[in-house]
Design a protein around this ligand. Structure first.
Ligand code: FAD
Length: 618
């Protein structure tokens, strides 16, 4: 008898675990399998970009990265690592194993755990229109060999210098076979994706002829800049990237050499000693000793992308299964998690029958475009990293000025905060929206944060912290000056229409017995101070009564006032909204991307049409 679930996730790396968090939090029946008996504990990715920490914050777990990760705030050749005003968080570094731990704990709070030593054998799709769970996957439960000793300091077992055969070699014995029927399957199974191969999709693009070594070590060196992020180009021995890490570790990326076309690196000839020797040549005249290497690996650079990320909107690819590139831009883990952060809430809404499956087209529409930009960026960065430096402006080679300029230009982009999705079923056409009412808000971009004051208790809060990842949409109402009677009336009228008008999406798509804020949560931000209007004078939509005992909510109304201790008072200016003007309403998707901006007068009608495009009325 087959087991049925809404979503089957294949692969529990960063992409799979992030998806698991969404699905667990939204109560979607999910299974997540991984063929490896244990998770990684050391090495691999370590850069955690600002936007990724914002995403972690939406699950309430950013503090764990803030506490353990090392901050990269200092200049690389005098360039700030995080541009001021990029995000309320700063670029940090922490090993992938810990990031995965945080996601695993987060998933557990929603009752989902990884099933390890489970490997898929076959996948079929039923076209029957009556089949509710059309993807049938046979999986095998593996019995790991008891005498298997794993060298945790070597990351070679996941390197792309291994052949498929070497990569797939396992000492585990085959166990029970099980059939799983799923509404949706997501292949988060890494660069050599089994799911992608089953679908007959392939990665296209380049693989460069340069190979790199990487290691996490506690070095002894007279190089002065070993605790700041440094890019070092030597005249003849290649280049090296230094990233200071947690627990006094330092991550080194070291250019090792070139491979001729058709040639293959011998994995057994690679060693930490060889990597250290290459690093010494680049660092000369500085000295380097690494008595303690916690983790190391060797890999080839390549930029590849799979143009197809979905099969019949039932099977999807996310993360490295869909794009691969070099680690030097610090993007892989971040991009992989952003893929599934984009997909998770959409799958949850479709699995529960709340939204039309047509919204799933936006996953490929949005992420393939961004992945193309990533590949283009990585191509440029890798060329500049690996090229020989030009000694003078006239000589041949990589211009250091060009290298620095690219780094500065791409600063915001690499932070992950510059992603803007184009108009679609889930993003309104910006030319038709009322963007003039919120001049600094970009439709399709993520909602940036500003410090505001909670109306009920005067606590200073980051407004974006209220955009919790729970599947709800947010309508952020810039109510303006509510000390002005005319504006107060307009605001009350808007709330009343949103709550009661038959065409209002809140009225139409909130389940009859559910809380008023369960589908769209209205967050109100006034430009007038808290003492101008009492909290109890706000209409019910702004401070609904929720739960079994109809408790009043105290965390949906805010004022753009300066906090005595924490500053703030600049939100209206930051978002480009006139504090004495007519106000506006900004619609934000469950993944924090801005879907629309409306004036009070056209808000209900336009948002009604927007949601009618894909929501299913129960
Ligand atoms: P993976 O992390 O590869 O996870 C795939 C999971 O699927 C694994 O757990 C695997 O066991 C499982 N799996 C595979 N096949 C199957 C199967 N058939 N059945 C079941 N399970 C399966 N990225 C950054 O963002 N920043 C960095 O600084 C950075 N540095 C890096 C340094 C190095 C040395 C390396 C190697 C990578 C680095 N990356 C970096 C890239 C980053 O590690 C990857 O992009 C990221 O791990 C991709 O996540 P993923 O979940 O898509 O895939």
């Amino acid at each position: 008898m087959a087991d049925e679930c809404d979503v089957l996730i294949i692969g529990a790396g960063p992409a799979g675990l992030m998806l698991g968090c969404w699905l667990a939090r939204t109560g979607t029946k999910t299974r997540i399998i991984d063929r490896r008996a244990t998770k990684i504990t050391r090495g691999h990715a370590d850069g955690v970009q600002c936007r990724t920490i914002e995403i972690f914050q939406s699950f309430g777990i950013a503090d764990r990265i803030e506490k353990e990760g090392n901050e990269l705030a200092v200049p690389t050749s005098r360039i700030p690592d995080t541009e001021p005003n990029t995000s309320r968080f700063r670029h940090r570094v922490l090993n992938q194993g810990r990031i995965e731990d945080f996601l695993i704990d987060c998933m557990k709070t929603g009752g989902l755990t990884v099933e390890r030593s489970v490997s898929p054998l076959s996948m079929e799709h039923s076209d029957s229109p009556t089949e509710t769970h059309p993807v049938i996957v046979k999986v095998q439960h593996l019995i790991p060999a008891t005498d298997e000793t794993v060298d945790v300091s070597s990351g070679l077992y996941r390197s792309n210098i291994l052949s498929d055969e070497e990569f797939n070699r396992s000492t585990a014995k085959s166990g029970k076979i099980e059939t799983i029927k799923a509404k949706y399957v997501v292949g988060c199974d890494g660069a050599r994706s089994w799911t992608r191969n089953q679908l007959g999709f392939s990665l296209e693009g380049d693989s460069a002829n340069i190979y790199w070594g990487v290691m996490d070590a506690r070095p002894i060196t007279d190089l002065p800049d070993v605790r700041v992020k440094v890019v070092l180009h030597s005249a003849n021995s290649g280049s090296l990237l230094i990233v200071p890490r947690e627990r006094n570790l330092v991550r080194f990326y070291i250019q090792m050499g070139t491979i001729l076309p058709g040639e293959k690196l011998d994995p057994s000839a690679q060693s930490p000693e060889k990597i250290i020797e290459s690093a010494r040549k680049i660092l000369t005249p500085y000295t380097l000793e690494c008595p303690e290497v916690e983790w190391w690996s060797v890999y080839e650079i390549g930029q590849r992308i799979c143009k197809d990320v979905s099969f019949k909107n039932r099977v999807f690819l996310a993360g490295d299964a869909f794009h691969t590139h070099s680690p030097k831009g610090g993007q892989g883990m971040n991009f992989s998690m952003s893929d599934s952060y984009n997909l998770g809430w959409k799958l949850a809404a479709c699995a529960k029958g709340l939204a039309s499956p047509s919204i799933l087209n936006t996953y490929g529409g949005e992420r393939v475009e961004v992945a193309r930009e990533l590949i283009e960026f990585d191509h440029k960065v890798s060329r500049l990293f690996s090229g020989k430096p030009a000694i003078t402006a006239e000589s041949e080679g990589v211009s250091m000025a060009e290298f620095q300029a690219l780094w500065v230009r791409m600063g915001k982009w690499t932070s992950g905060t510059a992603v803007v999705y184009n108009s679609s079923l889930l993003i309104a056409d910006s030319t038709a929206a009322k963007t003039e009412l919120a001049k600094n808000i970009i439709i399709g971009s993520h909602f940036e944060s500003h410090m505001v004051l909670c109306y009920a208790d005067a606590h200073a809060v980051q407004l974006a912290d209220k955009l919790v990842a729970d599947g709800r949409w947010r309508l952020i109402v810039f109510a303006g000056d509510l000390g002005n009677q005319n504006q107060l009336q307009r605001f009350n009228d808007l709330c009343s229409e949103l709550k009661n008008a038959p065409k209002s999406p809140i009225r139409k798509y909130t389940a009859p017995d559910a809380d008023l804020n369960s589908f769209i949560e209205v967050l109100t931000l006034t430009s007038s101070p808290r003492n101008g209007l009492s909290y109890s004078a706000f209409p019910e939509l702004a401070r609904p009564f929720v739960g079994k005992f109809r408790y009043p909510t105290y965390d949906q109304v805010f004022s753009d006032e300066v906090s005595y201790l924490d500053g703030g008072g600049k939100a209206y200016t930051g978002y480009g909204v006139d504090p004495d003007g007519p106000g506006c309403a900004v619609l934000v998707r469950p993944d924090q991307h801005i879907a629309d901006v409306r004036g009070f007068e056209d808000c209900v009608e336009k948002l009604g049409q927007f949601f009618d495009g894909f929501m299913i009325q129960k």
